[in-house]
Design a protein around this ligand. Sequence first.
Ligand SMILES: [Zn+2]
Length: 279
Amino acid sequence: MKRAFFVMAMTLSLAGCGQASKAPQVAETGTATESGELKTLQMEDGLKVTWLQDVGRKQSRNIFADASDALVDSLGLQDGVPSTISAFLAEKDGVKMLFDTGLGRKAGRVLPLLDSLGVRTSEIDYLYLTHLHGDHIGGMLDGDKVEFPNATVFVSRMEYEGWMSMPDDKKAQVVKTFGAYEKQLRLFEFGDVLPCGVLPINAVGHTPGHTVYQLGRLLVIGDLVHGAALQLANPDICASFDADKAASRASRKRILEYAHDNGLLMAGMHLPAPAFLKR
Ligand SMILES: [Zn+2]
């Protein structure tokens, strides 16, 4: 049944997203529009991606217990590590995809920023979630009201089932949110091909089924990195939010290397503004 859905979705989405070109390129010198909390990049394969800053902030160095004071001092990060809470809108052939949703209307800017772009939440076709922490699913509900009534919502099966086996107090927001989205939810396995050719990649560690998504030359890295100034050069350093530290380190190293080797543009939910990165 699930497979049938994906085949159907792929067929439909190819009608909406066109055939994937063989060697899409990032237009690094191409169109880019930018403000303090938005940046749109036009990629050469017809993909338009917009960074939406939910919250700009510094992360306390205290969440990086693996980092020595000497390292933190040498990088001038005693007062915190530049970071954001971010989400990304991707558009291709008239299809609108949102990667994560930020904290929600009361605390974050993602939803007002979509409004400012003239994108109605009812126009989002696909919502791809990297994982189910509150700063990623918070924008899905406004009180009890579903914000994305027409979106198919994608979550890795490992992530969803991992949360469902947690204690009630930990999973309350997840249970409430996905109760409201029950009919729109699609669970996938790593290795499936999702609509518009989106590839979910196993990046577990931060959470039970933490997912990175590749779309052409774009790699949405979720919470692989919380403090870029520390962790890019030292991927062994974890944030205190990483649930399984060993798995998180292994995923961080593997995915950063993959992005580098393939010249992918990374978009990260906690990268510093503007939250794109190419190495
Ligand atoms: Zn997060």
